[in-house]
Design a protein around this ligand. Structure first.
Ligand code: DX5
Length: 223
């Protein structure tokens, strides 16, 4: 039985682009808490990845939740497209400069959980005005835009600020870490206080099967 205390969210960005259905089902079968889908627009970050159609199909395919990570400029302009996919969580970036309070409320009013992501160079204190409303905070531990990077350990220090705020303000937002999570650092990630860890290339790669990769991550977390 997978240790369900630890929530691992495989990132479809690292899946085989010609076999996303296969890889998504394998991830679900291997104990994934949810799927994470990185949407990139070629403007906020240099790559272009998935559109809303893939997310709609994934929602029909798997029984676990789907989180959409919008690495796009002007997320408010596109938000209805992604709300209409049936996504369970939509995460947008602080660095877009969008009206965070308004967009958060808009997403929540559509019965979708709202997540706020913060890039490595952004101070965590900047999120303070939004933490009472947001459902999740994603601490990026790599520069947004590419999978397969190395985790920036210093970013994990931001989690302490979040856990202290949560305790002092009786908030209940979830804390997600995204970027470079591997066997050799996943214990650090959860010990730092993360609730959810996104893992792309640690789960989907040519060295081993999805099941073996997921088990290797869970095995590292066994108490
Ligand atoms: C970066 C992406 C990646 C991805 C995870 O923009 O958001 O963090 O989800 O990929 P890995 O686990 O390979 O870093």
């Amino acid at each position: 039985m997978k240790n369900k205390l630890y929530k691992i969210a495989p990132s479809i960005l690292a899946a085989d682009p010609l076999n996303i259905e296969r890889d998504a089902l394998l991830a679900e079968k291997s104990g994934a808490y949810r799927l994470s889908v990185d949407v990139m627009d070629g403007h906020f970050v240099s790559d272009i990845t998935f559109g809303s159609n893939i997310i709609s199909e994934l929602k029909k395919l798997v029984n676990i939740p789907v989180e959409v990570h919008l690495m796009i400029s002007n997320p408010d302009h596109q938000i209805d497209n992604f709300i209409n996919t049936g996504a369970d969580v939509i995460t947008f970036h602080y660095e877009t400069g969008v009206d965070i309070t308004n967009l958060t409320q808009y997403i929540k009013n559509k019965n979708v959980n709202a997540g706020l992501a913060i890039s490595p160079d952004t101070k965590i204190e900047n999120l303070t005005p939004y933490l009472k409303d947001i459902d999740e905070v994603t601490v990026m531990t790599v520069i947004p835009g590419k999978g397969g990077q190395s985790l920036i350990l210093d970013c994990l220090k931001k989690i302490q600020f979040l856990t202290e705020f949560r305790k002092n303000e009786s908030s209940d937002f979830l804390i997600q870490v995204d970027g470079g999570v591997k066997k050799d650092n996943i214990t650090n990630v959860f010990n730092a206080g993360a609730d959810i860890a996104v893992a792309g290339t640690a789960v989907f790669n040519n060295h081993s099967t999805v099941e073996d990769n997921m088990n290797a991550l869970f095995d590292k977390l066994k108490v």
